[in-house]
Design a binder for this molecule. Sequence first.
Ligand code: FES
Length: 180
Amino acid sequence: MTTATLLPQQPTRRDVLMIATGAVAAAGAAAVAWPLLAQLTPDASTVAAGFPLEVDLAPMVVGQVIKVFWRGQPIFISHRTAHEIESAQTADWQSLRDPEPDSARVKPGHEQWLVVSAICTHLGCIPTEHQGNYDGWFCQCHGSQYDSSGRARLGPAPRNLPLVPYEFISDAKIRIGSAG
Ligand code: FES
């Protein structure tokens, strides 16, 4: 009787090239993202202590979504387009699984800004912005979709993306961690 011996597969030259290319791409993306994050985030000890986090919104263009970290948690800040605002305001919110009008999720006079937790209310993945059917977020883990107000619209997510406390300290600057 013969016994088949399974040898560990050696990576081919092509595999090595693919891995190297991926690593270079990741490093490039990190290098691009770093200046913005460095500008937006305080030092590590401040974050760890959970002190309020000030974010300068001036560099953000319309339609841009960024992620910042406060108390170790990712937070989405969305600079909503006119279309995103309109669809969020005109949605039949009473029929949603977690009914909330858009006006309860933004600050009066600052409707272009949405600031919410970036943690999917299903099982905690981080959804991807500008994907899905509702101008909002799509969670690739199990297919939940959120609209441009961060409200759960499709898939297993039971609740809207949670609001976080923040206030405007000027027209283009917010402080996360203190309610206004
Ligand atoms: Fe987002 Fe399951 S964790 S859909």
